[in-house]
Design a protein around this ligand. Structure first.
Ligand SMILES: [Ca+2]
Length: 448
C-alpha cells in the first residue's frame, strides 16, 4: 500500500496506551512497536482502561492528530473487543519514525493480524501509527490505525496529481508568532509577539517551480503579460525599475524548470490554486501568514530555523548590505537556486527562508495587534493610516497589498529571518500587475 494512500482515520482512532516497562525507558520510539505487540497479545484490559484516562498522553496526542479524545477512547473499546481476543498481531513491515517535537515521535508500521491457527487475516490488516510521548519516566505511547484514504500523518508527503506540487502534512500545534525585541535586525511590524494555534494542513514541500507553472500556463492557455521588476537584466537602472521585457520565462538570469517560478502576481497565484483545486477536487490555497511562520519555524524560536545566525550552508540569500545576490560556499547562486538545494527544516519543508519571497493570503497589517490567532488569514479591508516609512500608504486599502514572507536571493541575512515580514506591491504598482524576479509562492492544502 503506497504511503500516499494512507490516512489517519481519526474517528476510528483505536488506541492503547501502554506504560513503558523499566527496561524500555531508554528505548527508542522504534522499540515501542515490540512493546505494543506484546501488550495487544496479552489482553491486559485493566492496564489499558487505566491508561486510556491518562491526560498526560492524550493532550499532546490530540494536538498532533488534531482530533478530540472522545472519539479515540470510544472507538478503542469497539476495535479491541472485535479483534484482540480472536487474533494475535505481528509487525509486517519496517518501522518509519519521524520526530515531530522533542517530546513527540511518530512511528509508522504495518500490522498483520493472525488467527488462532497463525494464518494471516488480510481483511483486518492495518497500517498502524504510534504516537510516542516522552515523559520524565520514559516514552509512553498511543496507537491508532491508518486506513486507505488521503494522507494525514504529519511529515508524510503526497501529490494529488502528476503536475501538482509535492505536499507535506504539517502537524497541528501552537507557536509564538513574531520576534522578541532582543532579536537583531528586528522591525516593529514583527510584534507584538502572540500565541497562534494552527490546525493540521499540508504545505508545498517546495516553492512552485517554473516547470509546474509552465504546465498550468499551457493547460489553461493563460496569457502572461510582460513587465517585471528585479529581473537582474543588465541595462535596467535602477535594478528595481520595471524590465519591460521581463517575464516568468524571460529573466536577466538563467533558470530551468527546477527553479521557483518568479514574476507572478498574487492574482496569478490565486488562479493557480483555483486550478489545482478544480483539477484535484481538493482545497488548495495560499498559506496564511501565521501558517507560514509556524511552518518556517517548525518548532524553533531562533531567528532562523537552523539557529541564531544566517548561513549560506542553509539558504540562498545575498550580501550583508542590501540588495544584491551573493554566492558563498554551498550557496552557489547570485539569483534563484533550484528548489531543494539546501537542507529542509524540521517539518520537511525546503527553501522557506531565502531563494524567493512567497506570497501568502493575508492583507497588509503593520503589527499583529488584533489579528487572528487561529491560523486564519487576515483579510479585513481598512483604510490605512500610516506614519514613518509607510506614510505614503495612508488612505489606501489594507487589501490592496498582500504579505510576502521568507526573503529572496538578493536579500541581506536579516530579511530571511523566520519573523521578517515583507509585502507587495511596491510603490507605483498595483496588486494586479506587481511582478518581481524575487517573488514566487508556495501552496497549501486544507484537509476536509
Ligand atoms: Ca545566494
Amino acid at each position: 500500500m503506497p504511503q500516499s494512500m494512507w490516512k489517519v482515520l481519526a474517528p476510528l482512532f483505536l488506541s492503547i496506551c501502554l506504560p513503558v516497562s523499566s527496561s524500555a525507558q531508554s528505548a527508542s520510539p522504534e522499540a515501542i512497536v515490540g512493546d505494543f505487540v506484546k501488550a495487544w497479545n496479552s489482553h491486559d484490559m485493566k492496564a489499558l482502561d487505566r491508561l486510556l484516562t491518562d491526560d498526560a498522553i492524550w493532550v499532546p496526542v490530540a494536538e498532533v492528530i488534531d482530533e478530540g479524545r472522545g472519539n479515540i477512547v470510544k472507538d478503542f473499546g469497539e476495535a479491541h473487543t472485535t479483534w484482540a481476543k480472536i487474533t494475535t498481531v505481528v509487525p509486517t513491515s519496517a518501522t518509519k519514525v519521524r520526530t515531530l517535537r522533542a517530546d513527540i515521535a511518530v512511528v509508522l508500521f504495518h500490522l498483520g493480524f493472525l488467527d488462532k491457527q497463525g494464518n494471516r487475516i488480510p481483511d483486518i490488516d492495518r497500517a498502524m501509527l504510534i504516537v510516542a510521548v516522552k515523559q520524565s519516566d520514559g516514552w509512553r505511547i498511543a496507537v491508532g490505525q491508518i486506513t486507505k484514504q488521503s494522507p494525514r500523518l504529519p511529515g508524510q508527503t503526497f501529490r494529488d496529481c502528476a503536475e501538482c506540487p509535492e505536499m507535506v502534512v504539517i502537524p497541528a500545534g501552537s507557536f509564538t508568532m513574531g520576534s522578541p525585541a532582543s532579536e537583531p535586525g528586528r522591525h516593529d511590524e514583527e510584534g507584538p509577539q502572540r500565541q497562534v494555534s494552527v490546525r493540521q494542513f499540508a504545505a508545498g514541500k517546495f516553492d512552485v517551480t517554473r516547470g509546474q507553472w509552465a504546465a498550468f500556463v499551457s493547460a489553461t492557455n493563460r496569457e502572461m503579460p510582460w513587465g517585471c521588476v528585479w529581473t537582474g537584466r543588465s541595462g535596467i537602472k535602477p535594478p528595481w525599475a520595471t524590465d519591460p521585457d521581463g517575464s516568468w520565462r524571460n529573466l536577466g538570469f538563467s533558470q530551468d524548470d527546477s527553479h521557483p517560478v518568479v514574476c507572478v502576481t498574487w492574482n496569478d497565484a490565486q488562479d493557480y490554486v483555483r486550478w489545482l483545486s478544480q483539477r484535484t477536487g481538493r482545497k488548495y490555497r495560499l498559506l496564511s501568514e501565521s501558517e507560514w511562520e509556524y511552518a518556517a519555524r517548525a518548532g524553533t524560536t531562533t531567528p532562523y530555523p537552523w539557529g541564531s545566525s544566517a548561513s549560506h550552508d542553509y539558504a540562498n540569500y545575498g550580501a550583508d548590505a542590501c540588495c544584491s545576490g551573493l554566492a558563498s560556499g554551498r550557496d552557489q547562486w547570485v539569483n534563484t537556486s533550484p528548489v531543494g538545494s539546501f537542507p529542509p527544516n524540521a517539518f520537511g519543508l525546503y527553501d522557506m527562508n531565502g531563494n524567493v519571497l512567497q506570497w501568502v493570503q493575508d492583507c497588509f497589517a503593520s503589527s499583529y495587534s488584533g489579528l487572528p490567532r487561529d491560523g486564519s488569514a487576515y483579510e479585513t479591508v481598512v483604510q490605512l493610516q500610516m506614519a514613518g516609512r509607510f506614510s505614503a500608504m495612508t488612505g489606501t486599502s489594507s487589501c490592496s497589498y498582500r504579505m510576502l514572507r521568507g526573503g529572496d536571493s538578493g536579500d541581506p541575512p536579516k530579511m530571511i529571518r523566520s519573523a521578517y515580514r515583507n509585502f507587495g506591491p511596491g510603490p507605483g504598482a498595483t496588486l494586479q500587475d506587481y511582478r518581481s524576479g524575487g517573488v514566487g509562492f508556495r501552496v497549501a492544502r486544507t484537509f476536509d
